[in-house]
Design a binder for this molecule. Structure first.
Ligand SMILES: [Zn+2]
Length: 304
């Protein structure tokens, strides 16, 4: 999103947050939910195979794609999907990317257009997880591709997980008082998670120690942007792009969004990730690609 769009959408979401978000849990619901999460925490081995679950965590609609380094006649695409993913590994679980702020779901349908942009979230991740074996209290790890508001929307609801974050993004989210924030960064969305156990990274990181789920440092969009490489047995190796690209045209033409914090660093990250994709013979999913998303298996179905 452009800086202006980010700010306006945030203002809009701020208004939504004031009106409350979803139904409050009743006492009984709360007890039931706690029992479920306690069970999940005490069940370290959830599956004996590596699995990837895909969720719809929102959509973004825009009148112009110029902020992404494209001209409006280069692509017809004006709508992006905002996915979340759960990776289940024999040694634990990882939530990758957190979607739009959950408060967005309090608005039915598309939000009013502000500066040519609109957002929607039909079901929160918490609601989508309600019939599954994990919930927001039971993940072992949480990692976001980067700290923009459309990737950390559930952050404050995630309890008990270790936050895997590139130190440069952590520092960019929690700047000294008065320092100007980067575009689309909303520190409030990370306020609660900041108190969780945190592993600050300075480069690539092997999440479960067997090379099958790896965070790949790819800075430039934000100072600590990263992508995820998953080595699925049946589907094969797969890279989840974060916001290395938003549109297919960004990838084929190496176009850098105007609001990236470092254009040269972005191009170097593109080179690094593309080499990895070639080397690993990996599939590559542009996370925001709605046309691709519409072909994917959605949770509770999964990739193995
Ligand atoms: Zn994004």
């Amino acid at each position: 999103m452009s800086k202006r769009a980010g700010i306006f959408i945030s203002m809009l979401l701020g208004a939504v947050a004031l009106t409350g978000c979803g139904e409050p849990l009743t006492g009984q619901d709360e007890v039931a939910k706690k029992a479920v999460s306690a069970q999940a925490i005490n069940t370290p081995v959830v599956s004996d195979e590596l699995r990837l679950y895909v969720f719809n965590c929102g959509q973004i609609r825009m009148n112009s794609v110029e902020a992404f380094g494209l001209s409006n006649d280069e692509t017809d695409v004006r709508e992006l999907v905002v996915p979340c993913y759960v990776i289940e590994h024999p040694k634990g679980t990882l939530l990758w990317d957190g979607g739009l702020p959950s408060a967005t779901a309090a608005l039915p349908g598309w939000s009013p257009e502000v500066q040519g942009n609109s957002v929607r979230l039909d079901k929160t991740l918490a609601q989508q997880l309600s019939n599954m074996k994990f919930d927001l209290n039971s993940f072992d790890y949480v990692a976001f591709s980067h700290i923009h508001f459309d990737h950390v929307g559930v952050a404050n609801e995630v309890k008990n997980a270790t936050w895997l974050v590139q130190e440069a993004d952590f520092d960019a989210a929690f700047l000294p008082e008065g320092a100007p924030l980067g575009p689309a960064v909303e520190p409030d969305l990370l306020r609660e998670l900041k108190n969780s156990e945190t592993l600050k990274l300075n480069g690539d990181h092997d999440v479960f120690g067997d090379g099958r789920v790896r965070l790949i440092s790819a800075p430039g969009h934000t100072p600590g942007h990263q992508v995820l490489l998953i080595d699925l047995q049946e589907y094969g190796p797969l890279v989840l792009s974060g916001d290395l690209y938003h549109f297919r045209f960004n990838r084929t033409q190496r176009r850098v969004p105007l609001f990236n914090v470092d254009a040269d660093q972005t191009l170097a990250s593109m080179d690094k990730v593309e080499s990895l994709v070639t080397e690993e013979e990996a599939q590559f999913w542009i996370e925001h690609d709605l046309a691709l998303f519409n072909t994917l298996k959605i949770a509770p179905d999964f990739y193995r």
